[in-house]
Design a binder for this molecule. Sequence first.
Ligand code: UN1
Length: 508
Amino acid sequence: MQQFLQKLKTQPVVSGTSTGQAFWHSTEELIDTHSPVDGELMARVHPTTRDDYDKVVQTAEKAFAEWRTIPAPRRGEMVRQIGEQFRRYKKELGTLVSYEMGKSLQEGLGEVQEIIDICDFAVGLSRQLYGLTMQSERPDHRMYEQWHPLGVVGIISAFNFPVAVWSWNAMIAWVCGNVCIWKPSEKTPLTALACQQIILDVLVQNDLPEGVSCLITGGSEAGSWLCTDPRIALVSATGSTRMGKVVARTVAGRLGRYLLELGGNNAIIVSSHADLNVAIPAIVFGAVGTAGQRCTSTRRLIIHESIYEDVKQRLVRAYGQLRIGNPLDEKVHVGPLIDRDAVAAYQSALFKIKEQGGRMLIDGEVLEGPGFGSGCYVRPAIAEMPAQTEIVQHETFAPILYLMKYATLEEAIDLQNGVPQGLSSSIFTLNLREAEQFLSAAGSDCGIANVNIGTSGAEIGGAFGGEKESGGGRESGSDAWRAYMRRQTNTINYGTALPLAQGIKFEL
Ligand code: UN1
């Protein structure tokens, strides 16, 4: 890893294709990776060619034949060692995440911590891939189910969590006995290459098969190779709802499996019973953390009318204290957006807000001047919105927070559920009845529903994912591992007769 980072400085043209033990390239095209922090060219990456992709899949399939026979706790041991390596390189990798993606250093380090945490989780899981036993209706028969690995798992990850979300998939997939081919976002290939280097060290040290961990780089075309390829048993994709619909259609077309973690449009309900000292920092972190580029970012605030003015004033005060700038400076709260396209989407949303009758409480702008040279720094904005505005139905991946008023909790829950997405949600209240109503079947329709905690920053131990246009998949903790395995029902007859189920008589 150290050598990899050193090499990046001296040899800024790197291969974006790797199986566990080797990197190679055979293309003349290059992807330029600029940091949104200062606009510097960090490296140029050779994307994977179709021919190389085929070689990668062949190597992965060969590795799977061996990997699936290794006992799961031994596979867990490999993941334990991987976790140790990530502990060792936390600072370096966290810094690279921050520089390549633009999130604050604290959040970059937090991302690596998520990798370490999921490694620990996966190690324990490797001894707990439990199946059920059932009571057979026939004498001298035993029924049980067991879980087997799927095969080659394709992981398509997004720029906003360039390493953590890959690890949720890869670590679990590995202990389950699968091998992985990772296609990171073409906007953040270097953090992926750094992770692959870390895995490679562990594979080599343990004499494990090449191809347990593979990496390909490129844009949507490389992603589509994974989706159309029947050799890829499961495609786990993180990204926009638009992308997810294409992945779902394509993989379902060949009856493959897919797991989707897509956009969110997450709301916080602030009740008249809220402790605002807890609520305000949660709202601000949720709305401006990662510059509003988390799928769990807080985009809508639904505030009880009796405290609306108070919340408004406190938010304006809190936003006034935000430090925007170089995310590698530990005192900075908000770094840049990923690129100028993201800035354009932010500007277009601001325009639509005004056009659709929104009132800016804090107007957004693209920041200029010293330190803002990359052109990717923007001011987090707050807009007061009429309830059913079209722009509020969409996820804009930027720090824009919409404020709305409510009178009854039913109305607030309707507003919260009244968008196409269903990822994360929360309520701030000290009133037990309100909290339980929000969590009940008639409450939030999201995959994540919190009380007195913001919408972002989920722990790895829970199953992570959302409903509706957020994709329906679950990753990371709880029993999300089942998506990476196939279930087999086994019935064993240890008697001397052949009784048929349902009492059917078939005598010869
Ligand atoms: C994402 O933005 O794709 O809950 C994932 C959170 C993080 C993960 C976000 N642990 O905010």
